[in-house]
Design a protein around this ligand. Structure first.
Ligand code: ATP
Ligand code: MG
Length: 492
């Protein structure tokens, strides 16, 4: 078992962005090392260097006692470093098994099926090996990426936000695996924006800010508050529920019999101007399906949507024309056009106009960059040049336009750092104060309790309860949603 040391790592991208400015980090066999930092701090860049996906501008990687240079991800894997990336998707048209063996030599001969089956069986949430990835829920897909990394038998396992889009019980499956890897003597690097899980799961912590290490310590010597402050560079305020109930306006949107075969039972709802309606539920409970049905994004969905007395057509473009917007859960494949710059992405909902007003686009992008605190060089930056959290902010920015009257948000804070999370929740509240109607689906039930006016709890495709956030709490919602007790208490 070998130790891995990064020393003096620097990275300057061709566009001049200095993402890393001399980072030192040591991974020790048998220990889990947490890596934290605000959106754009340099975490994923460091991981890409470790994984051989990008070359450092300066600095060395020492594996055991040898300096090494990874020319490609295959190189790194062969040296015993396996990585689960933040953004690299699986191949949706291949099976889980084919994805796992995809980059192993000899996969064309069918791979070593028995060995992979045994490995998957040891996971807490095994998945069917022959299922097509496109048919698997997001939690199972995350487990496939983990199996992919484990199959290589690596000594060092690196995970970039493996729990960002997972709900309680699926996170537990990941924690289980991480603990097991460490117990087997491997070194694990674990990136997350969830400070509670970092405290519960890791042995050591490194915090990056603007490409530099600002905190390095044993986890037992730290508190959640200390970590949060190191990330943000300031004290972080938790968003509190306003003491006064917020005022809501007249009914704006009504939906009748919204349904998606096998996923969502017929559901009625009414949404008022200025209201924030929370959707609580575990993964697969029907939250996303409900949002997709309203937006017309699910061809199999049934039911009708009426906005301001007028029926809304069952296609996304008709929903957009009526003023309905959707921030999807799967931002990388549904949230933005990767070949377009930020400004053009933000202007996307207005395409269909005959003339493109570039000056207006640039102004709108500049405003969004300031309003949402997007860390980017300028409006021409491409999504690939943004960190995960900043790309998410672009997806939200796209819909912040006067024509939007109903905003559907599916996990809008996934991948958003602890400082920006409060800013985004506050923005949602401000938008509602301006009269926008919002539906907010979130796995972070504490967020729902902080900002929602009313919460629908979904379970197995049914609305099973309506909760009043003034009187319910996170634990109560988890029980209603069928998730058992909160994740970290369960994890042991
Ligand atoms: N290919 C690229 N070209 C130019 N700049 C880039 C590129 N990739 C990342 N950057 C920039 O490098 C900086 C660090 O990005 P990185 O993705 O490492 O952040 P992160 O800490 O992983 O953030 P997040 O929590 O949002 O995922 C950011 O300013 C980002 O815009
Ligand atoms: Mg990242």
């Amino acid at each position: 078992m070998v130790m891995l040391t990064l020393s003096g790592i620097e990275k300057v991208f061709p566009n001049g962005t200095a993402a890393l400015r001399g980072v030192d980090l040591t991974l020790v066999p048998g220990r889990v090392h947490g890596l934290l930092g605000a959106n754009g701090a340099g975490k994923s860049t460091l991981i890409k260097i470790l994984a051989g996906a990008t070359a450092p501008s300066a600095g060395t990687i020492i594996l055991g006692d040898r300096p090494c240079r990874f020319a490609s991800p295959r190189d790194a894997k062969a040296a015993g470093v396996a990585t689960i990336f933040q953004h690299i998707p699986l191949v949706p048209t291949l099976s889980a098994f084919e994805n796992i063996v995809l980059d192993e030599r000899g996969w064309r001969r069918g791979g070593d099926r028995r060995r992979i089956a045994a490995l998957v069986a040891t996971l807490r949430d095994p998945f069917p090996l022959d299922a097509l990835v496109t048919d698997l829920p997001i939690g199972a897909r995350q487990m496939v990426t983990i199996a992919q990394a484990l199959a290589s038998g690596a000594d060092v396992v690196v995970m970039d936000e493996p729990t960002a889009s997972l709900a309680g019980h699926e996170r537990i499956a990941v924690y289980d695996t991480v603990r097991r890897l460490a117990a087997e003597g491997r070194a694990v690097l674990f990136v997350s924006h969830f400070i509670d899980e970092i405290v519960a799961l890791t042995d050591d912590v490194t915090v990056l800010r603007d490409g530099r290490v600002v905190l390095e310590a044993r986890t037992t010597d730290l508190t959640e508050g200390l970590i949060a402050e190191a990330i943000a560079g300031r004290a972080v305020a938790v968003l509190e529920r306003p003491a006064q109930p917020r005022r809501r306006g007249r009914p704006l949107l009504t939906a009748h019999g919204l349904t998606s075969p096998g996923r969502l039972a017929p559901t009625d709802l009414t949404l008022h101007e200025g209201e924030i309606l929370g959707l609580a539920g575990m993964l697969g409970s029907g939250r996303s399906e409900l949002l997709h049905a309203i937006f017309g994004a699910d061809r199999a969905a049934g039911g009708e949507v009426v906005l301001d007395g007028k029926p809304v057509g069952r296609w996304p473009d008709e929903a957009v024309a009526a003023g309905i917007a959707l921030v999807p859960e799967d931002r990388d494949t549904q949230g933005y056009a990767p070949q377009l710059g930020i400004a053009a992405n933000i202007a996307l909902p207005q395409t269909g106009r005959l003339l493109i007003d570039h000056a207006a686009e640039a102004r709108a992008a500049a405003a969004a960059i300031v309003r949402l605190g997007i860390k980017a060089t300028d409006g021409d930056a491409l999504p690939v040049e943004l960190s995960g959290g900043n790309a998410q902010k672009v997806v939200i920015a796209k819909w912040l336009r006067p024509a939007t009257r109903v905003l559907l948000l599916d996990e809008p804070t996934a991948g958003i750092d602890i400082g920006a999370r409060t800013d985004i929740l506050r923005l949602i509240r401000d938008l509602a104060d301006e009269g926008l109607a919002v539906i907010l689906a979130s796995s972070e039930f504490s967020e729902l309790v902080a900002v929602a006016d009313r919460i629908l709890v979904l379970r197995d495709g049914h609305v099973v309860a309506t909760a009043d956030p003034a009187t319910c709490d996170e634990a109560g919602l988890i029980v209603l949603a069928g998730g058992g007790r909160p994740a970290l208490e369960n994890a042991a």
